[in-house]
Design a protein around this ligand. Structure first.
Ligand code: NAD
Length: 270
């Protein structure tokens, strides 16, 4: 089969560049376009040179429509409103669209679900094998350890540039815990604690967020009982794990019918 032709949107970002390097390192996919925001000082630069893989002849542009027309798929780690705009385009063109962007709110999720009628969308707050496996373990643990006796807290730390909280991964893990408990996450989650909070309400799922330095991503789900705690932890040491997962998702989506899929589908863990 010919190599899958992929456009990287947000190509000059941290994940965009990690994707360009990861694609250069593997068979089966090639970068055929690199898109950045209008006004970016990097427009017109060679994306291979920016990412450190050497000249590629692919110049960063701000015309998604033109490069999508030559592509089989799009990999998108940008921001919520931007991913929604790209999803409308990939739906029109019937492309594979891998969305790693986090911080999506209900209106973004709804627009992406509509776009998935035309595009094959694979969306996940974390594209790594380890975190997706962890989410399955969290669901099992939350089911096995009863809410009356075991409190669940999700703790995360990320680098100081991250703009949304809780992280997409913290949310993904909390959702897995809520599924294990058969409860609705929104009505059972405690996002922030400050001042006189009163005692912890049983059955809730708490979030705690740390930010600093260059930490790629650390997540722990802590199940705290009387006299013992169980901690399930994942540490991302390198962004490459997300890039490799996103490329795997794009290849998995090739030839698959339009719809909204997750990394659990890609990894056969759903
Ligand atoms: P970043 O800020 O380094 O990169 C985002 C890039 O998108 C920037 O270069 C920006 O200029 C570009 N952009 C903005 N508007 C655009 C537009 N209209 N068209 C094209 N490009 C545009 O951020 P990052 O660290 O690479 O993270 C990006 C997103 O991916 C965040 O939401 C982050 O939380 C998420 N993320 C997800 C995973 C995962 O596994 N799902 C892993 C890491 C990061």
């Amino acid at each position: 089969m010919a190599d899958m032709r992929l456009v990287i949107v947000g190509a000059a970002g941290r994940m965009g560049q990690a994707l360009v390097r990861a694609i250069a390192d593997r068979d089966g996919a090639v970068v055929c376009g690199a898109v950045e925001r209008q006004g970016s000082p990097l427009l017109g630069k060679d994306i291979g040179e920016l990412a450190g893989t050497g000249p590629s002849g692919i110049l960063v542009c701000d015309d998604p429509q033109a490069v999508f027309a030559k592509a089989d798929g799009v990999i998108d780690f940008t921001s919520p409103a931007v991913s929604v705009e790209f999803a409308a385009l990939t739906a029109q063109m019937g492309l594979v669209h891998v969305i790693g962007t986090t911080g999506l709110e209900a209106q973004h999720e709804n627009s992406i679900a509509r776009a998935a009628e035309g595009a094959t969308i694979i969306k996940s707050g974390n594209m790594s094998l380890g975190v997706n496996l962890l989410s399955v373990l969290v669901q099992q643990a939350a089911k096995a350890l009863e809410a009356a006796d075991w409190d669940i807290e999700v703790l995360e730390m990320h680098h100081k540039h991250k703009v949304d909280a809780p992280s997409g991964t913290a949310y993904l893990l909390a959702k897995a815990a809520a599924q294990g408990r058969d409860i609705d996450l929104e009505s059972h989650s405690v996002r922030v604690r400050d001042g006189q909070t009163g005692p912890r309400e049983p059955g809730t799922i708490g979030f705690a967020t740390l930010r600093g330095g260059s930490v790629v991503g650390e997540h722990s789900v802590i199940l705290a009982g009387e006299g013992e705690t169980v901690e399930l932890t994942h540490r991302a040491l390198d962004r490459t794990i997300f890039a490799r997962g996103a490329i795997k998702a794009a290849l998995w989506g090739q030839g698959r019918k339009p719809g909204l899929y997750s990394m659990l589908d890609v990894l056969g863990l759903s």
